[in-house]
Ligand binder design. Structure first.
Ligand code: ADP
Length: 700
């Protein structure tokens, strides 16, 4: 909605609902850290300069200087932040400052709503200006475009105005001036000391010159007869220099005092002092960017944290970073970060098209985000900057798809992430934090075929309290040198409760336990760790111990054989996935379950079948070839199986089905349930239980 003010060119518009909500939250939140507003605005100014510089360089303009200026003095109660950056035209102002473009940001606002007490800690970009200001004016111009003014009082409206030259103070050919009318309780931000503190703390890494307009008091001794003349001269200068737009210091006050320390002197040449208060621009930074310095030159963590916060939009400190410089065919410098938590914005989205890594060429920003191809999917949590000395400044996205240096860049990025990961893994405590948040990424990487990540897994097991590595398993937890396999189970039943895992435990074997859905996907791709087979013991496999000696009589053998044949035929009638029915050499004790359903070696586990079935977009039928065949193992030592065999052998052929079928099906369905398989019709199972209970009841 917009409405024209008939007297001038001011247009009043309504903010998008999301922005109003966001501003409302900002204004009413109980914030603990309002300082962030300056970091956000300085970082926007720096980005805008990066963009302008890039454009200038592409047009062959190389000798321009760019600056960020912060002025708390010239406008009553206001702090003015100005940059020589790219500026904004009308469309930009509407799009960038008045709508929330990305769904990621919308998500972010939603999350903020839930955690509004923490708002002061979040980087909410431009809008954080409203943490300290009642009103924000943005005066801005894109090269060759009109001078525009955007204003908001933090209500649901904003105004847009095309300014005529001279209406505002002289304005550069391009750039942005942001004027914050500070809230009553935010006047501290007019104080030089506060501004210096915040800039040093949060923005010292900004590579563009940043100047603060501040008061300077200079006391100089003068001979007394010179003092008067000096005073007059300075005051004359003051008038000249107060002219707007002058870069020279503005003289505010001149005081001439007798120097009392030298009061004994009575001659005309008694030394006096002249105190001059001037206002002048002081350059606060402008050194090389953080990644151009040596890590050893950087004091403390603050500069790294500050850079991270502006790149990542994450309000928490990063978990770890890698500041690197590489030499060789191509030279790269950079700083890559691992967040301390899985960010709740789009970083978590595996399908995101971009990676949160800025590409610089010799300190000039050329891309704000790298395309996703530059870093494997599983590394999408990494953010940072990389600077290449070898790429041309006018590098385009198309070039980035072919260039040899880009291939080197890609390799280097991956190498540096791996280096960082290896360093994190060396510290158990830090790695535990990382793993808690990012284990799925590691597993995704393995699923994508990167076996070098296997050593980064931390696995639950039946031997140790905590987790262990695969290297730890093979080095310390094999029963003997002869053990050439790593045994594991998947699913929701821990090894202590899984009958087959219990058997392995009793025999001294270490059994790993994978209980996350993503583990199933990862393990699908995995059959070996180093020279060791990875064996899921709930699938069909050969046990590492010899089967029990068979002590059956010839008659028992015949009965069993006939029963197994009948059972297979009977189960085939209800489930086409049954591959075989056999006597178990794993369930051998009376106390073990009577029956287990295992999946075939290369098929899905029951758990995986269940996961695939619950995928909202999966077409169960088209994937059915991946379903494992089911192997039904019977525990012939269990009383229930013994009695079933007995019933079977004593029942005439034509009555076997009527007498034995229900029991077999009930046992099978219980086996499916315990094995983690989906039950296609719960009624079948439940009716079986009811009918067994009624037999029981009728006996009683
Ligand atoms: P972000 O910087 O994370 O994109 P902001 O809310 O801080 O989010 O800013 C929104 C957009 O407004 C920026 O992406 C940029 O396009 C534009 N913008 C903000 N400040 C400036 C500025 N000083 N000069 C030019 N454009 C700016």
């Amino acid at each position: 909605m917009s409405e024209n003010d008939s007297n001038n060119t001011t247009v009043k518009k309504t903010f998008e609902a999301n922005i109003s909500e966001l501003m409302n939250m900002i204004i009413h939140s109980f914030y603990s850290n309002r300082d962030v507003f300056l970091r956000e605005l300085i970082s926007n100014a720096s980005d805008a300069i990066d963009k302008q510089r890039h454009t200038d360089l592409q047009n062959g303009v190389v000798d321009k200087s760019y600056e960020i200026r912060i002025d708390p003095l010239s406008k009553e109660g206001c702090i003015v932040i100005e940059d020589d950056g790219i500026g904004m035209n009308e469309d930009d102002l509407v799009r960038n400052l008045s709508t929330i473009a990305t769904s990621g940001t919308k998500e972010f606002v939603r999350n903020l709503q839930e955690k509004s007490d923490m708002i002061g800690q979040f980087g909410v970009g431009f809008y954080s200006a409203f943490l300290v200001a009642d009103r924000v004016d943005v005066i801005t111009r894109k090269q060759g475009g009109a001078l525009m003014k955007w204003s908001s009082d933090a209500n649901e409206f904003y105004t847009l105005e095309t300014l005529t030259e001279g209406e505002e103070t002289e304005f550069p050919s391009n750039g942005t001036r942001i004027i914050l009318l500070l809230k009553e309780d935010a006047k501290e931000y007019l104080e030089e000391a506060s501004l210096r503190r915040i800039i040093t703390r949060h923005s010292s890494f900004i590579q563009h010159p940043l100047s603060l307009y501040c008061k300077k008091t200079v006391t100089t001794p003068v001979a007394s007869d010179e003092a008067k003349g000096e005073e007059e001269e300075v005051l004359e200068e003051e008038e000249e220099e107060m002219e707007e737009g002058s870069d020279k210091p503005v003289v505010e006050e001149v005081k001439v005092e007798e120097d009392t320390s030298k009061a004994e002197s009575k001659t005309d040449t008694t030394p006096k002092t002249i105190t001059t208060t001037t206002q002048e621009w002081e350059k606060l930074n402008g050194g090389p960017p953080l990644w151009y310095k040596n890590a050893s030159e950087i004091e403390g963590k603050e500069p790294y944290h500050a850079l991270y916060k502006t790149i990542s939009n994450d309000y928490t400190e990063p978990l770890y970073w890698n500041h690197f410089q590489t030499e060789g065919n191509y030279e790269f410098r950079g700083i890559l970060y691992i967040p301390s938590k899985m960010p709740f914005d789009m970083l978590g989205d595996r399908n995101r098209e971009k990676r949160n890594i800025r590409l610089y060429v010799k300190k000039v920003l050329v891309l704000n985000e790298l395309d996703k191809e530059m870093l494997p999917d599983w590394m999408n949590f990494v953010s940072g900057v990389i600077d290449s000395a070898d790429l041309p400044l006018n590098v385009s996205r198309e070039m980035l798809q072919q260039n040899k240096i880009v291939r080197a860049l890609k390799t280097q990025l991956k190498k540096q992430v791996m280096k960082m990961l290896t360093e994190v893994a060396a510290d158990e405590e830090t790695y535990a934090k990382f793993y808690e948040n990012f284990h799925r990424h590691i597993k995704l990487g393995i699923h994508e075929g990167d076996n070098s990540l296997l050593s980064f897994l931390r696995l639950k097991n039946n031997k140790t309290e905590g987790v262990m590595t695969l290297d730890g398993y093979v080095a310390e937890h094999r029963v003997s040198e002869e053990q050439k396999a790593v045994y594991y189970i998947t699913g929701t039943v821990p090894p202590q409760e899984n009958a087959i895992a219990r058997l392995y435990t009793e025999k001294g074997y270490c059994v790993l336990y994978f209980d996350e859905p993503i583990d199933e996907f990862m393990l699908q791709r995995l059959s070996k760790f180093k020279e060791y087979d990875l064996v899921n013991i709930t699938k069909d496999h050969v046990t590492p111990w010899a089967p029990n000696e068979e002590t059956d009589t010839e008659e028992e053998k015949n009965t069993l054989e006939s029963f197994l044949g009948w059972a297979k035929k009977t189960l085939d009638g209800v489930d086409s996935d049954v591959d075989s029915v056999k006597r178990s050499n794993k369930l051998v004790l009376e106390s073990d379950p009577p029956l287990a359903v295992l999946s075939s070696k290369w098929g899905w586990t029951g758990q995986m079948e269940k996961i695939m079935q619950s995928q909202p977009l999966s077409d169960g039928k088209s994937m059915s070839y991946m379903k494992g065949k089911r192997i039904v193992e019977l525990n012939t030592e269990h009383t229930v199986i013994k009695s079933l065999l007995d019933k079977y052998s004593t029942t005439p052929e034509e009555e076997k089905d009527a007498v034995c079928k229900d029991r077999l099906l009930l046992l099978y369905r219980c086996g499916l349930l315990v094995g983690g398989y989906p039950i296609s019709n719960a009624n079948d199972l439940v009716n079986g239980v009811y009918s067994a209970l009624s037999v029981d009841a009728s006996v009683v």
